[in-house]
Design a binder for this molecule. Structure first.
Ligand code: ZN
Ligand code: ZN
Length: 143
């Protein structure tokens, strides 16, 4: 995504695209897997921790980011639903217990679960755990 795509995405979520917000959204867009707060801090040298956190909180309120909990902590990723009221970008994630990576399986939607009447789902945290292809191949290659 280029700068203009990022700005458009921020605006579509009813957020004013300030310089800091663009930097945080860009850092998230540059990574194809959900990022932890520590990883974001590493990538963004120019904004302090509380500034990053405030930005993420706003993004979350406006549905521009998803959060997910993978057992190691909270991770953030950009939401591509292009809408601030309906989140139609919910997908499955895979957490590798060997290398600790959390991978987006963005083409695998979260299975629909029929809930009793009057329950309204706002977000879903669907994380499968196991061994990623990279770690599996690594093991096979060992003599
Ligand atoms: Zn792995
Ligand atoms: Zn994802």
């Amino acid at each position: 995504m280029n700068d203009q795509n990022i700005i458009d995405l921020i605006k579509r979520h009813d957020i004013k695209p300030t310089a800091n917000r663009i930097i945080v959204a860009k850092a998230l867009a540059g990574q194809h897997c959900p990022m932890s707060m520590a990883e974001l801090e590493d990538r963004i040298g120019s904004i302090d921790k509380s500034g990053i956190f405030r930005t993420l909180t706003l993004f979350k309120e406006q549905q521009l980011v998803h959060t997910l909990e993978d057992g190691d902590g909270v991770r953030y990723e950009l939401c591509h639903s292009h809408d601030h009221s309906i989140d139609n970008d919910m997908h499955v994630h895979f957490h590798c217990e060997k290398c600790g990576q959390t991978i987006c399986l963005e083409h695998i939607p979260i299975p629909e679960i029929s809930l009793p009447e009057d329950f309204q789902v706002q977000s879903a945290n669907f994380v499968l755990k196991g061994t990623c292809p990279k770690c599996r191949n690594h093991r096979h290659q060992k003599p």
